[in-house]
Design a protein around this ligand. Structure first.
Ligand code: ADP
Ligand code: NA
Length: 331
């Protein structure tokens, strides 16, 4: 048995969205008091697609600021940038040799991200889930809070751990559990209820960015796609209404309520009434975070110090686990 430990990461590949905040960061914050946690900016994942060097450096610091401003405490949790802890990439290579081509070819995120021109995708984009398994298992992490979109990658992580353990006759890597919970495990685009909200969506109106000001948040919510019906008072009434369901989910997650409780309050309302309330709630929850992010970004050297300290703490865990992995393998 393995002592409980939480690991999760976010790519510094552009601004943080409300999807990242509700589906990931807000839940990372909630786990800090109950578990030892490692939270990671995964820059080695970001470079699987082209990143302008100046943007990557800026986005990494901004993401660190977003983590801290949202309530990740560098005193309670280890906060790191992936490339500063080399054991991630080293174990990633080992897992490239454990994972099978056929497993990787089934990954739907690769198909989505590579698009029609998969021959021109980077080899790193194809191998991404093996590195993600290494990010998790280099800490022997037992729990990984993620959004719904990462479920398949977590299954692959377990497959890699199980194959390693089996092939070498050891019980060395834990079979990590995904933690996919709450109302916001899949926040959808505000323009298209069939697509997830993403920082890589070309339409800025499709997402709320953590750095959006109050006017932008209110405008995007006002213009969010909906249907002409009133809100139902029961959850069944949201069936086949993905846009309505999404706005209610966002409300519930922002306000730490269940969807049932929200509907008990707002059932019967038209969107013309509900949307301004949602906008007000979103602004009241997100503005303090974005103000604090801006304040932290005024002192990038302090952010760099926090990440350097995190990397040193992380390596106390990762170096012995890599050493032992190599030993098991005869290296
Ligand atoms: P993105 O998908 O925006 O590029 P990442 O791949 O870095 O972001 O994902 C970071 C975390 O945020 C993951 O746990 C992912 O599941 C979560 N996440 C991303 N988008 C959403 C969303 N729309 N709803 C819920 N969680 C999300
Ligand atoms: Na993602």
């Amino acid at each position: 048995t393995f002592a409980p430990r939480v690991f999760s990461g976010i790519q510094p590949s552009g601004g943080l969205t409300l999807g990242n905040y509700l589906g990931a960061i807000k839940r990372f914050v909630a786990m800090q008091d109950d578990f030892p946690c490692v939270y990671c900016m995964v820059d080695l994942h970001a470079i699987t697609v082209w990143q302008d060097p100046k943007d990557l450096a800026h986005n990494t610091r901004e993401l660190a600021a977003g983590f801290i401003a949202s309530g990740i405490s560098p005193e309670k949790s280890i906060l790191i940038n992936q490339s500063q802890v080399p054991e991630h990439a080293q174990l990633g290579w080992v897992f490239n040799c454990v994972a099978r081509m056929g497993w990787m070819q089934r990954m739907t995120q690769f198909k989505d991200k590579a698009g029609k021109n998969a021959q021109n995708a980077s080899l790193g984009l194809f191998g991404y889930p093996a590195l993600m398994a290494a990010d998790i298992l280099i800490y022997h992490a037992t729990h990984v809070p993620v959004g719904e979109d990462q479920k398949q990658h977590l299954e692959l992580t377990r497959d890699i751990a199980a194959k390693f353990n089996h092939d070498y006759g050891v019980d060395f890597f834990p079979l990590t559990e995904p933690v996919i919970e709450g109302a916001a495990t899949r926040v959808m685009s505000l323009r298209d209820g069939s697509k997830k909200m993403s920082k890589s969506d070309p339409s800025d109106a499709s997402r709320i960015n953590m750095t959006d000001d109050a006017d932008a948040i209110a405008r995007k919510i006002r213009k969010a796609k909906t249907d002409p019906d009133a809100l139902p008072s029961e959850i069944d009434g949201l069936k086949d209404r993905p846009e309505a369901r999404n706005l209610v989910n966002i409300y519930a997650a922002l306000n730490d309520q269940t969807v049932e409780d929200v509907l008990a309050d707002v059932g019967g309302q038209q969107f013309g009434t509900f949307k301004p309330q949602l906008a007000e709630l979103a602004v009241s929850k997100l503005s303090p975070v974005s103000r604090e992010m801006a304040r932290l970004m005024d002192d990038p050297a302090e952010i760099d110090r926090i990440l350097a300290k995190g990397a040193a703490q992380a390596r106390e865990i990762t170096a012995p686990i890599l050493h032992k992995t190599y030993e098991v393998m005869g290296m």
